[in-house]
Structures are given as structure tokens and as C-alpha cells.
Design a protein. Sequence first.
Length: 560
Amino acid sequence: MSLEPKHRSAALTSGIDRAPARAMLKAVGYSDADLDKPLVAVANTWTEVMPCNYHLRDLAEWVKEGIWAAGGTPIEFNTIAVSDGISMGTEGMKASLISREVIADSIELVVRGHLFDAVVALVGCDKTIPGAAMALARLDVPSLVLYGGSIAPGRFQGRDVTIQDVFEAVGACAAGRMLPEDLKELEDNACPGAGACGGQFTANTMATALEFLGISPMGSAGVPATDPGRSDVARAAGKLVMQALRDDLRPRRILTRGAFENAIASIACTGGSTNGVLHLLALAREAGVPLVIDDFDVVSRRTPLLADLKPGGRFVATDLQRAGGTRLIAQRLLEAGLLRPEEITITGATLGEEARQAKETAGQEVVRPLDNPLQATGGLVILKGKLAPEGCVVKMAGHGRTEHRGPARVFDREEDAFAAIKERRIVAGDVVVIRYEGPSGGPGMREMLAVTAALVGQGLGDSVALLTDGRFSGATHGLMAGHVAPEAMRGGPIAAVRDGDTIVFDIEARRLDVEIPDEEIRERLQSWTPPAPRYDRGVFAKYARLVSSASEGAVTGFGA
């Protein structure tokens, strides 16, 4: 099916009555010939505040070259980005998830406001990826998401390192297990340049998921940020969006139920971030696709963990690219009968056709063969039970614990929990409970990497469990349950937990419980009153009022 390329922008630029609009566009350098072509938005998330998005200005220029070459007129605009890694462990981290909604809203507004015919969204750090995809699902004009690529690993004392190592080294240094001068050397070398976090943390998890969804070109995410080949990837993306425009290939044709199952399988197979659950639920909502939190457990149960990637494994994103990339993951899943191969992608090829093009590097150790998986089931587990009636998420990659029973150590703020860990008040066997950090209570579901990494750095990663109505970084590993829902601020059972209550994790039974009678939980909640909101005005207050449960993706705009 073909489409008139200027199907939207003609109303902006064509005819006598549009002379004022053309006059203003000519003021920034566009000619009559330019304005006769389809207008293609290049939605950039460039910022100087982090390496993840720092190089996207260069990427934008290459994308625009591809659009020009294919007969379109590119027009670039920028939106915001919040660095998870930099804001981690501070009040600023509350802005991170909220930024996902602002990114989606701002891209939608600019594209609707200027009647663009197509969109290429350039992304890097965690929330820019789902935020851009959510906007494209709303707009449903021919479009794609292009990831800026992963950072190269740093080198420290003869080994590859990532930002995960720095976070964990903070805990090790506080525990006297690492010298301050070694921490400083690690800090100086962990992040050698532009690009997003190097392991299968949230950015690479979501970049992988979007390739399996089909909204990003297969293989485009794996080319490292500073690799000379990234310019070719960007120019190809510019040409590709013009082909999608001619073919009228729109996001909602791509974002089907089957495509979401493929994306979930990619996260489960690679040991990806628990944030993938939150973001895919949100994206499905925007695309009008029925998807619930239990679907993640169903897909993960049937999907083996094959990719030996950090934070639970040995390798980083650049190693996966050298081994064969995301096509190799897709090929493994296709061979196992775990891929829906008929789903269309932005390239016009099906995902099965993309998978069949995989080229595996001889002797590679990053992606296991099907007969020798790291685990028989995938890295995502959904627990329910007394403490999480709507569900919570655990990542079962990089550790083998399936049970834990211990006393609750309850904190109403992340900072208080971190202080307790730093002061060595958390001991083996404890269950750290961090609440009022949910979508509404935080607000914004702060990630807890500073806390979880400090536990690992103190040598407690295999003996302490943690649960929170907040989130975890993709770099988190260990027995950690996030997104506990309903959240404490909205009267979830986590609000009733007291110090010393016995908490039970049972992964096989998919349960998260507290060993007190149901009647006592009800009595505690009846006498409970929510704390005052932490913000009474501005974007944080607005988000806290509007946001839905984490079990629904923590989205706004759907009547929370």
C-alpha cells in the first residue's frame, strides 16, 4: 500500500493561505523545493549531561543526510533527557521515570503541532527509548526509533568494567574491602566516552526489545556509539523512514500482540532489566495492545536464558555485537520455536527473515547454544502474594536463590536504607523493605542501584533480599523484588509491614508473602493514613496525582 508522502504536511506548507508558515520556515533556511517534499521530524534527545546521549547531534546529522538523499526534508527538534546513572541515589532520581512521560508528550506535541509526515526518534539513556516509542505509537505516522549505541567498556586493573562496577565499588570501599585510591582509579576509567551503559542494563534491554518489537531496525542498536559504522547505520535509518513513508508502514501495524511477545522473549533470553516490564506495559497501553503483567511470567517460563551478559554475566554489549548481535538471539529463539516469525518490522522484512540473516562468530561464548543455556527459563519472574496482590518483578539472572525467609528491615525512604547499609546495620538474612518510593509515593519510582550495589559491595548480595514499590536499575542483580503493587502510598499491603515481620520469597511458587494473618494486615491498614505528598505543586505533584499502578506500566493519561 502506498501513501501520498506529504499526507500531513501539505496542510502546513501548500497553498496561498500557507504563505506565512512558508515565510517563517524560509527564515531558518528552507527553500520552496524543500517545502515541496515530505517533512520528516528528527526528534533528538541530545544533552550534555551524560555520555548516553552526548553524541546524538552527530547521529542527527547523518540521519538527515539519509532523509535528504531519499527525497525528504528533515527538520530536527530536541526534547529532554534525565540521566539515571548520574541522578541515582539522590532526590533527582525521581525525575527519571517522570521524564518518560514528558519525552512522549513533547515528541507528540511537536509532531502534531507541525504536521510532520514521518519521524525518526534518536535515543540513548533509559527513559528516552520507551518515551520515544510511546510517542510514535500515539502518533501512528511512519516512524522508527534509532538507538545511539553502547559505550565501550572501561579498563581497570586488566579487566573490562562498566558503571555497575563503580556503584558496587562504593559499597566495597565503605566496607573496607577496597582502597579509596583504587575507587578513584576505577571512577576515572569506567566510562571512556560517549554511549549508553555497556551491560544488558535498561538502555540496552530496551534497545534490544525495540528491535524485536520491530520499531527499530534489527541490528542497528548493537553498533557501538563511537564505532565508525554508526554513521552508516544512521544514514540507512534516514532512508528507511522514507521507504516506510512511501509504504505507509506505521507503528500500530508493527506493534502487535505477537511483537510484544517477541520483545518479552528477548528480555528473558538476555537477562534484561526489570524496567522492561514497566516500559513494555506502558507502550502496549499506548498502542492499544492487550498486555498484562502476568504475560511476562508466561513468556519467561518458556524462554531459556542464553546471553551471558552483565550485570549477572560476564560480557558487555560490544561483546554481543561481535558474537553475532541481536539477530543471533533472534535466530536462537526461532530455532527453539519461541519466536513469532511472521511479525513485520520497520525494514519491511519479518522478524523471522531478519533472524535467518544471523552470522555467528566462530568460537563466541556470549550467546549459549540451545542445549546449554545458562538457565532453563528466562530472567524475568512475576511474584504475587500477600505483599504484592497486583504483582512485582524479580530478575532471576546472575543468581540462583529461589527462596529467602527473613526479618523485615523497613525504610520509608531510599536514603534511610542506604544509610543503614553504609553503617553496617543490615546483616545476612535480612529483608530490606523500601516503601513510599512508588509511582505516586516517590513520586517517580526511583531506581535503587545505590542501595543494591552497596549490598553487593559489602558481600551481602547472596544473603540479603530486598523489596520495594520503587524500581531497580538494569545493573541490579540479586534477590530483589521491585514494582511491588499496589504501592504503599495507595494503601498496598507493603504499607502494613513492620520491622521484624517475617518476609518470605518463594520463586518457584511465584509468591511474596509476610507471615502475619490476613486479618492483622487489614487491621493495620484500617489504622493507616497515607503520608502527606512530598510535592504539592509542579510536575512531580501533577504526576503523583495522575499516574497509574506499576502493574499497569505507571502511565498517565488513562484515568489512574
